[in-house]
Design a protein around this ligand. Structure first.
Ligand code: CU
Length: 129
């Protein structure tokens, strides 16, 4: 079930990866939620691209933007149990700092989150596309 969903997501999502030397670019549309980190923790994609966050860990996780742009728990979904996933399409360029509310802590002095955190960089679509 889970692998079928992964394959479907990979086929449906095209991520602008021009100039990137990474092998296996198909995997770039998936971020795994492990115990307790996102893999990869830093992701770059073009506007209009989507990411699927898959819980491959043994405990619940979630995905929240530090600035409130999105919260994977919304819509009465709640935290994501092992095997569950959550997809999000990025329609605005920018740098999004994400954290898992269950496994990250905020430094009250600096406002920065540490622990289960990540960065999603959404770039403008290349000219002519
Ligand atoms: Cu977590």
């Amino acid at each position: 079930m889970r692998w079928w969903k992964l394959a479907a997501a990979s086929a449906a999502v095209t991520i602008g990866a021009a100039g990137c030397g990474d092998a296996g670019t198909d995997d770039r549309s998936v971020v795994r939620m492990l115990d307790n980190r996102y893999v990869p923790a830093d992701v770059e994609l073009a506007v209009g691209g989507a990411l699927e966050f898959v819980n491959d860990g043994r405990v619940d996780h979630n995905v929240i933007d530090v600035d409130g742009a999105f919260d994977s728990r919304e819509g009465a979904v709640g935290d994501h149990k092992p095997g569950e996933s959550w997809s999000h399409t990025f329609t605005d360029a920018g740098v999004y700092s994400i954290y898992c509310s269950l496994h990250a802590t905020r430094n009250n002095a600096t406002g920065e989150w540490s622990g289960m955190v990540g960065t999603i960089t959404v770039t403008e679509a290349p000219p002519g596309q």
